[in-house]
Design a protein around this ligand. Structure first.
Ligand SMILES: C[S@@+](CC[C@H](N)C(=O)[O-])C[C@H]1O[C@@H](n2cnc3c(N)ncnc32)[C@H](O)[C@@H]1O
Length: 304
């Protein structure tokens, strides 16, 4: 599996300026959608762990997470990266898993119990309002969650508040759609059939921080120091067929579930066949392998 940091895209005072419009904390609809998604994320937890493992490794590497550390996971979903990091920090360390969605927390907590993991604490809360004292954690990470924060600058300030002086915060977010055919092979086809209302580029969405420098700029606005954005290219790999990929994607994604409702019964098989034609090159000998691109964006709490 080819992976590795290929470029530092942003360093302090070198990134492009970006507006950081605040999306109101009216997240009810979005959180309800995540609650609906939770059972699907639970169902596909083994595949999720396998497919996105390079992102966890990227965060662990970037934040230099090691034995004995206290780590905060923001937006932990069905349990990653908390479950993996709990093994890395070991019994002398701990992970605090957070997510605002009860279904996600239940899923992660049940899996930790099933595995007999005892060094993860669970709290249901939003990134914008972390119920922890200042300077509680060595490190705070978020895997594929920062794009959904209601107010990203406030959330990053919260993450900085709860880490120790000089502590690292690090987030993994998707790079451009064109570099992520795992998503675009389906959405590009469906979007030809379903009318798409104009999108606000600052609204919570998987590709909200796909523009290089955008999330790094938010860390700067929140007064993080040593802000770095790295591009990580990897393969999303799993031993599944196109049929299983189609099922996984159309169940896990709220955006796709919504779009599928807009298709007529005759359009659905046409769309699926068109996606299969485009996706064929990513499936061989019973294995799926999509090239993928994320940004790992990190910064440190300034030492006042
Ligand atoms: C794409 S999932 C990623 C889950 C997990 N970290 C992973 O990588 O498998 C995004 C997660 O962000 C959570 N989320 C949504 N809004 C959030 C917010 N305001 N604060 C923290 N997490 C949020 C969702 O509930 C969901 O569990």
């Amino acid at each position: 599996m080819g992976r590795g940091f290929v470029a530092v895209l942003f360093e302090r005072n070198k990134g492009p300026p970006h507006s950081t419009k605040v999306i109101p904390e009216n997240q009810n609809k979005a959180l309800h959608a995540w609650q609906t998604s939770a059972r699907h994320w639970d169902k596909y937890r083994v595949l999720i762990t396998e497919m996105f493992a390079p992102l966890t490794s990227g965060l662990v590497e970037e934040a230099q997470i090691g034995i004995g550390q206290k780590v905060l996971d923001i937006g932990g979903g069905s349990g990653e990266p908390s479950l993996t990091i709990s093994r890395i920090v070991g019994p002398t360390g701990s992970v605090t898993y957070t997510d605002p969605v009860a279904g996600m927390l239940d899923s992660a907590q049940a899996e930790a119990a099933r595995r007999g993991v005892t060094n993860i604490h669970f709290r249901q809360c939003s990134a914008n309002d972390l119920p922890f004292e200042a300077c509680t954690f060595d490190v705070a990470v978020g895997r594929l969650s920062a794009m959904f924060f209601a107010d990203p600058v406030a959330a990053v300030r919260e993450a900085l508040r709860v880490v120790l002086k000089d502590g690292c915060i690090a987030f993994a977010v998707w790079g451009p759609k064109e570099a992520n055919p795992f998503f675009s092979t389906i959405t590009d086809v469906i979007d030809r059939f379903v009318e798409i209302p104009p999108q606000d580029p600052d609204a919570p969405d998987a590709f909200r921080f796909a523009v290089p420098g955008k999330l790094a700029g938010i860390l700067e606005q929140a007064d993080a120091k040593n802000v770095i954005e790295r591009q990580l290219n990897f393969q999303i790999e799993a031993a599944i067929s196109f049929e299983q990929f189609w099922q996984l994607r159309t169940e896990m994604s709220e955006t796709l579930r919504e779009k599928m409702v807009g298709l007529t019964p005759t359009q659905l098989p046409t769309v699926k066949q068109a996606v299969a034609d485009v996706a064929r090159r990513y499936f061989a000998s019973g294995t799926m392998s999509f090239p993928a691109e994320v940004f790992i964006v990190s910064g440190r709490k300034s030492g006042i």
